[in-house]
Structures are given as structure tokens and as C-alpha cells.
Unconditional design. Structure first.
Length: 308
């Protein structure tokens, strides 16, 4: 009897096992679905990684083309789609019309960040660097510097250097690129040089016009002078007008004073306290070159600013 009961119990468990195996479709389906979900997740992650790699490569490519300037934290100060061109014949740099206004962007940035300077790197390849008498890299950097100085940037806040770079010229003898612009914070020794250039400055402008119009050099210098006087509040400024020797000596003394007054009034209008400013004239009495040509006479018509 016990054997019969045991046998029946065995059959019952066997039947339950068979039923469970064939009837529990959701178990296997769920397992398959879990596998599918994991595979889909893995596929999704792979697609995201591939997309990110593509986006990164596009971003990297975009950051290597065009004409641009970088700040101290390697951030873009400005960037153009088109780039400048250098050539293998000389240190001249071709600047496309689409880059018009980059000089103002440089001047505005240096005006905003008085503790910084601009470093211009001009490219040279290996063969050019071996020609010691040419120095094309520094010539290219100086070419760019001259453009910025003409736009009113303080030359003492621009450093030019050569950068060795591997490149080849196209059939027409040009290479797209060749100039790097980087802004950096002035170190202590460079700051001393820059401050000396602010404390003693010669300005050339249309000071003799009936309607005085300050140029970019004066407006950029004003920003530097304001920053300098904020740092050294006890300093005082002398503005001295000079003329050439054309005309009457007494009249030239008067003209020099009027031109100095124009500059003084402009500085006051830009926020410099009038008590710090004195306008004087030396007329034709202190030429820096002989008054024997139009070019030299133009050099003598100047404003000298000294800060003590």
C-alpha cells in the first residue's frame, strides 16, 4: 500500500513538472525578451558612442580651420570660416575681405583685458628655417603686427614669434593658414614694459582739424591710461602739443595748445578726472627730426603724453 501511495505521489510530481515545462511560456519568453532588451541597449549605447565620436571629429575639424584667436584658457576669442594665406616668396600675408574687422576685435579684447597681451606666431617650415638670412616666420608675424598697430593697438602689447610647422605650398606658391594668435596674461617683467609705454606715449592724429575726431590709437590708449591711473591714483598726466616750423612761432605755440586741449577734453569725456590732466604746448621748439621734408614735418606734429 505504501508503495502504491509513493508511486502515485511520484506520478503527480512528474505530471506537474511536465505541465510546468510546456505551459510556462512566459518564462522562456521573458528570458528572450530580456536578452533582446539588453541587446537593444547595447546597440543603443554603441550608436551613441559612434555618434559622439563623429561629433567630436567634426568639432575637432571645425576648430582647425579658419582664422581665429585663442584666450588664456584656450577659449575662442573670435573665429572666421576663411583663413589668411602666406606665400613662399616673402613675409607678406594675404588677408581675405571676409576677415575685415579682426583688428577691431583684437583691439576691443585688449581694451577689455588690460592685463593681457597678444602673441603672434608666424609659421616656418623646415626648409625655410634652415635659411637663416630669411626669417620668414617672424616677418609674417611682424606683418600682422603692423596691421594691428595701424589699427591703434599698443605695439608694446604685441609679441611676435616664429613657429616651426610642417606644411607645403600649393602650386601657386601659397599656403592657407600660417598665423596663430594667442592672448596671454602679462607676466611681471612684461607688465613693467607695457606700463612704461603708457606713462610715455607719442600720438599722431588729425589734431589740427576744426572738428576734432579721436582715432583708434587715441581711443585705445585712453583705455590703457584709465586703467593705469586707477592702479596708480597719485599719478598726474601732462599733454604736450608740438607742431612743425611752418608758420609763425607764436601761432604754432597757440596751435600746439589747442591740440593738447582737444586731447585733454577727450580724456575727460572718457571718464578721466580733469584735475589729473594738464595741457601744454611747445609749438615748434622741440622737433624730433629736422623739418626738411613733408614726412619729417608730419612726425613733428604730435602729442606727447607723460605720466609722473
Amino acid at each position: 500500500m505504501k508503495n502504491l501511495i509513493s508511486f502515485l505521489i511520484f506520478l503527480l510530481f512528474a505530471w506537474l513538472a511536465i505541465w510546468w515545462y510546456y505551459s510556462c511560456d512566459w518564462c522562456s519568453t521573458d528570458t528572450d525578451e530580456n536578452v533582446i532588451v539588453v541587446d537593444q541597449k547595447q546597440d543603443s549605447e554603441a550608436e551613441l558612442l559612434a555618434k559622439k565620436a563623429y561629433d567630436d571629429s567634426v568639432a575637432a575639424a571645425n576648430k582647425t580651420v579658419g582664422f581665429f584667436a585663442k584666450g588664456p584658457q584656450n577659449q575662442d576669442v573670435f573665429r572666421y570660416i576663411e583663413d589668411i594665406k602666406i606665400n613662399k616668396a616673402n613675409g607678406d600675408v594675404f588677408i581675405p575681405s571676409s576677415l575685415e574687422g579682426f583688428e577691431k576685435q583684437v583691439a576691443d579684447y585688449l581694451g577689455k583685458y588690460q592685463d593681457q597681451e597678444l602673441i603672434i606666431h608666424g609659421f616656418e617650415n623646415n626648409s625655410e628655417q634652415q635659411q637663416d638670412s630669411v626669417h620668414l616666420g617672424i616677418a609674417r608675424a611682424n606683418y600682422m603686427k603692423s596691421i594691428l598697430v595701424d589699427a591703434g593697438v599698443n605695439p608694446n602689447r604685441i609679441v611676435t614669434k616664429t613657429k616651426l610647422h610642417d606644411y607645403s605650398y600649393s602650386d601657386d606658391g601659397s599656403y592657407t593658414g600660417g598665423i596663430l594668435l594667442n592672448f596671454d596674461t602679462l607676466n611681471e617683467s612684461r607688465l613693467v614694459e607695457v606700463e612704461k609705454s603708457i606713462a610715455t606715449r607719442i600720438l599722431y592724429s588729425e589734431f589740427g582739424q576744426k572738428t576734432f575726431q579721436p582715432d583708434a590709437t587715441l581711443s585705445n590708449y585712453t583705455l590703457e591710461l584709465k586703467n593705469y591711473l586707477n592702479k596708480y591714483p597719485d599719478k598726474l598726466v601732462k599733454i604736450i602739443g608740438h607742431t612743425d616750423n611752418i608758420g609763425d612761432e607764436e601761432a604754432n605755440l597757440w596751435y600746439g595748445k589747442q591740440r593738447a586741449n582737444n586731447v585733454r577734453d577727450y580724456l575727460i569725456a572718457q571718464g578721466i578726472t580733469k584735475d589729473k590732466l594738464t595741457a601744454l604746448s611747445k609749438g615748434e621748439s622741440s622737433p624730433i627730426v629736422p623739418n626738411d621734408s613733408d614726412e619729417n614735418r608730419a612726425k613733428n606734429r604730435r602729442i606727447e603724453i607723460t605720466v609722473n
